[in-house]
Design a protein around this ligand. Structure first.
Ligand code: NAD
Length: 386
């Protein structure tokens, strides 16, 4: 019998289950590039479209785990020395957490979890786990690669349009009963013809480029592994050898690389200075890729025209976090990858990982971040330990 400790965000304030807007999800046959959707064995413990990411949803895992005699603890109480997560950690064989409400698995916490063998990220992005400490402790880290890529890519497209067209301030004027056209349009532009650059063109970055192509933007990218000449020519991409070259050339910067020690503060005050006046920044990757206060200063001075993102540090963000109130921000809480559509996929992928783990089968290579004392699978291609 294993103890599975699952940290999820709190239920809706109005109660669980919520009043769903729709009754079903479209049926998908695969991820882009013919990658396979999650393939858990047997019935799912949920109906796709249900709210699974909050405590009562329990990622739909309860029927499977209880039927197989495992103990499931679900909590949203994850921060501070007396939280339920800290109290239950010494008994946990498996920890499951979502990036939207991350259970920070620090080196100190790992030291207090002698039984821990598997840390699953229900979603994508395992930077809330100290990957070096996990590798040293022989813990396998896995995430549900691919599960919410298109959800995030759609969020990025929405944010690009919202910032450049000045959607949110104009919407507020409408809600407030106003009709001040000049105030709405004084900061409103078309994206057509602008230069858009993504730092990272992996699964999400490439999906963003594909979705923006029909808007007739000029598309740029930089990333560790150059894309194939076929993709570059299909999308008319300009490749940049480094981040500085890219940010100097574009009007909109999109961040889509994982966070690890050497990508922390990739965008600092110097890099912001290298951007053209009036650049927009979209960051759905991770907050610590940018210097928080340098962003606030660049927004206050007007050098950066808008910043939209849904990633913060820490999460949940404190009430007085300066990104909540800086001018022309398009921030959301961390929601891009946890639409009801995404939840159905990453809950199914989490079930697949657990089934493989309990039956002694190898976890899908694509899902692995750390295994056998070092980076593995997707982890070896996308992360670094330094
Ligand atoms: P991916 O692994 O497919 O792509 C990441 C790409 O970044 C890889 O191609 C890699 O080569 C490249 N890369 C790594 N380090 C680099 C560097 N220093 N410079 C240039 N390129 C580098 O991952 P993905 O599925 O596209 O996800 C990317 C990130 O998006 C995740 O790590 C996560 O942090 C974030 N994410 C956010 C949400 C959300 O809800 N906001 C959801 C999913 C993922």
């Amino acid at each position: 019998m294993a103890t599975v400790l699952c940290v999820l965000y709190p239920d809706p304030i109005t109660g669980y289950p919520p009043d769903y807007a729709r009754t079903s999800l479209p049926l998908l046959t695969g991820y882009p590039a013919d990658r396979a959707l999650p393939t858990p064995a047997g019935p799912l413990g949920f109906k796709p479209g249900e709210l699974l990411g909050s405590v009562s949803g329990a990622l739909g895992l309860r029927p499977y785990l209880e039927e197989h005699g495992h103990r499931l603890i679900v909590t949203s109480d994850k921060d501070g020395p007396d939280c339920e997560f800290e109290r239950c950690l010494p008994e946990a064989d498996i920890v499951i957490s979502q990036p939207f409400w991350p259970a920070y698995l620090t080196r100190e916490r790992i030291a207090r979890a002698p039984k821990l063998k598997l840390a699953v990220t229900a979603g994508i992005g395992s930077d809330h786990v100290d990957l070096q400490a996990a590798a040293e402790a022989g813990i396998t880290v896995a995430e549900v690669t691919g599960s919410n890529c298109i959800s995030v890519a759609e969020h990025v497209v929405m944010m690009v349009l919202a910032l450049v067209r000045n959607y949110l301030p104009s919407h507020e004027i409408a809600v407030d009963g106003g009709w001040n056209i000049a105030d709405c349009v004084s900061r409103s532009y078309d994206v057509e013809g602008m230069n858009f650059g993504t730092i990272g063109a992996g699964r999400i970055g490439l999906a963003v480029l594909r979705r923006l192509k029909p808007f007739d933007l000029r598309l740029h990218y930089t990333q560790r592994h150059r894309l194939s000449p076929e993709i570059e020519s299909e999308l008319g991409l300009t490749f940049h050898p480094d981040v500085r070259s890219l940010v100097q050339s574009v009007d909109i910067v999109n961040l889509q690389v994982p966070l690890y020690p050497s990508t922390e503060h990739l965008i600092d005050a110097e890099m912001l200075k290298a951007m053209k006046r009036g650049t927009y920044i979209v960051n759905t990757a991770r907050a610590k890729l940018v210097d928080r206060d340098a962003i606030v200063q660049a927004m206050d001075s007007g050098h950066i025209a808008g910043y939209a993102g849904d990633v913060w540090f820490p999460q949940p963000a404190p009430r007085d976090h300066p990104w909540r109130t800086m001018p022309y921000n398009g921030m959301t809480p961390h929601i891009a990858g946890t639409s009801l559509s995404a939840q159905a996929r990453y809950a199914a992928g989490t079930l697949e990982i657990l089934q493989d783990y309990f039956s002694g089968k190898p976890i899908r290579e694509d899902y692995l971040i750390v295994e056998g004392g070092g980076l593995a699978g997707t982890g070896a291609r996308s992360y670094k330990l330094t």
